[in-house]
Ligand binder design. Structure first.
Ligand SMILES: Nc1ncnc2c1ncn2[C@@H]1O[C@H](COP(=O)(O)OP(=O)(O)O)[C@@H](O)[C@H]1O
Ligand SMILES: [Mg+2]
Length: 183
């Protein structure tokens, strides 16, 4: 799939000072570090394999022992659907996190893949651009939410004690973007 080659897999950690090469070559999949590595799957075209990349990469990383959180930022919610998250399980979604109505840890849902969790999306995200149009730091909303997230990514319904005893910190955050995102 020729277009898939053009899919931009950006390491957002680069902007936070990570030692990832700035340009050229394939993205570096490095071993776990103290902070989770953030990979953004983005391309202005639809249907080029962004979501497939996010799901497969997340599953593969989880299969080799990494702990992964996918953030589904596409109102179509294909990553959520592809990972088996039904609409009834999307009571708190990426939309609620972006508009500041919920903490990201309250939106996290475990998938059937051990070690792989997801922040699901709903059609509400379609309205987020408009709702955030006049909000300050709107382009920092996700980064702020992620930076406040407990490293162990406590999932909904899990007590603090359960979280401490069962969860390992996330080592990878994968952001599945929509084709067009103006926030
Ligand atoms: N490497 C690939 N080879 C062939 N088909 C693919 C490949 N990756 C994805 N597809 C198919 O292309 C379609 C669009 O993929 P998707 O991941 O949903 O794209 P996007 O998220 O960029 O809109 C899907 O039907 C998917 O099964
Ligand atoms: Mg997609």
């Amino acid at each position: 799939m020729e277009q898939l080659d053009k899919t931009l897999v950006t390491d957002a950690a680069r902007s936070a000072g990570s030692a990832i090469p700035a340009e050229g070559g394939n993205p570096v999949i490095a071993p776990s570090t103290d902070r989770p590595r953030i990979l953004v799957v983005a391309n202005q075209k639809g249907g080029v394999g962004k979501t497939t990349t996010a799901i497969n990469l997340g599953t593969a990383l989880a299969a080799v022992g990494e702990r992964v959180l996918i953030v589904d930022l596409d109102p179509q919610g294909n990553a959520s659907t592809g990972l088996g998250i039904g609409h009834t399980e999307r009571k708190v979604s990426a939309y609620d996190v972006l508009i500041g109505a919920a903490l990201i840890e309250d939106a996290i849902v475990p998938t059937k893949v051990p070690g792989l969790d997801i922040v699901p999306s709903t059609m509400d995200l379609l309205g987020a651009e408009l709702e955030l149009a006049s909000v300050q730091r709107r382009s920092h909303r996700l980064r702020d939410a992620l930076s406040r997230m407990p490293r162990h990514g406590k999932t909904r319904g899990e007590s603090d004690a359960e979280m401490q005893s069962t969860s390992r910190p996330y080592s990878y955050l994968l952001i599945d973007c929509p084709p067009c995102w103006k926030v």
